[in-house]
Design a protein around this ligand. Structure first.
Ligand code: PGA
Length: 255
């Protein structure tokens, strides 16, 4: 992390976990443990938990996010939720392009771009996820792939709008597998993403841009990953469901 230049952001991604009652309990566990955080703390939660979590986050510095949003503001899209619906509730963040959405729900770079533009139009902060599969890493195309994902996702996004975008580099082979990228691997790709941002928006924008690592980040490995100069935070799945572990990661990012 280079906290002089940019914000460190630790975001939980609860995925499809927690009923509203369980969400309240989890927030009650997390809140006291992160109250002295010296980084931005965000929890991204299932739609049905948003009301409860927004209420629980009142009076704290914890930001609240959704895990996806549609690209239209309203209409005949059964089962979908739009960006203005989220902002109307007070939601501040949204994850876009998570690999689980790309793998299981047909998300493409083109739909990721549409969702990001809708989210930014509505005033949401975006956590854009990019990352390679194991096969792609073995083929040696990681840097090109994440560059392409980043460029397509950010098509039409202005330099001013970019201030509301974070990228989470999440190697697919590390998500939920307990296999973490080494600190060097994480830093290498986060730095490559930053140079793509520099090419698109200039050095000042790239220096100020937050790039997270995600993929089995936990209480034990967070400090080493976050000590890397180009890793500005984490997107945390499994460990974000355990208050003590999540708090330990927040602590590591607060140093
Ligand atoms: P994980 O998930 O921490 O459980 O690997 C990270 C993510 O998918 O955002």
């Amino acid at each position: 992390m280079n906290k002089k230049l940019r914000k460190a952001v630790i975001a939980g991604n609860w995925k499809m976990n927690k009923t509203p009652a369980e969400a309240k309990e989890l927030m009650d566990g997390i809140k006291p443990l992160v109250k002295d955080a010296d980084c931005d703390v965000v929890v991204c939660v299932p739609y049905v938990d948003l009301c409860t979590v927004l209420e629980a986050a009142k009076g704290t510095k914890i930001g609240v996010g959704a895990e996806n949003c549609h690209w239209e503001n309203s209409g005949a899209f059964t089962g979908e939720v739009s960006a203005p619906m989220l902002t109307s509730m007070g939601v501040q963040y949204v994850i876009i392009g998570h690999s689980e959405r790309r793998t299981y729900f047909g998300e493409t770079d083109a739909t990721v771009n549409k969702r990001i533009r809708a989210a930014l139009n509505a005033g949401l902060n975006v956590i854009l996820c990019v990352g390679e599969s194991l096969e792609q890493r073995e083929q040696g195309i990681t840097a090109e792939l994440v560059a392409m994902q980043t460029k397509i996702a950010l098509g039409g996004v202005t330099k001013d709008e970019l201030k509301k975008v974070i990228i989470a580099y999440e190697p697919i082979w590390a998500i939920g597998t307990g296999k973490t990228a080494t600190a060097e691997q994480a830093n290498e790709v986060c730095a490559a993403i930053r140079s793509v941002i520099e090419g698109l928006y200039g050095k000042d924008a790239a220096d100020a841009f937050t790039v997270q690592y995600g993929g089995s980040m936990n209480a034990k490995n967070a400090a080493e990953l976050l000590a890397q100069p180009d890793v500005d935070g984490g997107l945390i799945g499994g460990a974000s469901l355990k208050p003590a572990d999540f708090a330990e990661i927040v602590k590591a990012a607060s140093k």
